[in-house]
Design a protein around this ligand. Sequence first.
Ligand code: CA
Length: 223
Amino acid sequence: MRVLIAEDDERISGPLRVTLESAGFVVDTETDGEIAWYRGDTESFDTIILDLGLPTLDGLTVLKRWRAAGRTSPVLVLTARGRWEEKVEAIEAGADDYVVKPFRMEEVVARVRAIVRRANGLASSRIGFAGYVFDARQMQVTRDGVPVELTPLEFRLLAQLLHQRGKVISQLELTEHLYRQDADRDPNSIEQLVGRLRRRLGADVIQTRRGFGYVVPAEGQAS
Ligand code: CA
């Protein structure tokens, strides 16, 4: 799950990044409105956390431009206390949720998780699949209550596939959602990760659509 934080105050973006990363998210940060707009316009994020008071291009304008161009990445707006008009305007412009500063980091993480769930049509942070239970909050996978040992990358890959269950996701898209922009990205590593997950969870849990990508079949979907 990949998150962009567009916030010029590093006292906010720094701790937010650390908290989201320890919750299993891949996080990129931008401090400039124009650059944040460009990245949201050209890249795919599972959630964008958007401060309304950004330099060079304000957050509300950024959001309106994305929506006018049909960009559907979910957006969580950060707004200053007392500015209720801002909240209303942001939601009418297409924000999915907002948080008022100052906030607790845990609140933002909970809201981001809820946004990701809703964007993928899920009602709960627990997803059952192939006899396992995936729990986004506990950051673990269990079978009959027994945790399965997964590395953070394996967990993230599984999360990405499960949140879009039934949909074939390309190696490139998985790479984009698993690694930060400045990370050394090697699409072959997805193949290796899938191999490791199959060994841990069973060969049929993740299926290959040769030339297209990978899919965790939806319940009842022919395999
Ligand atoms: Ca600001």
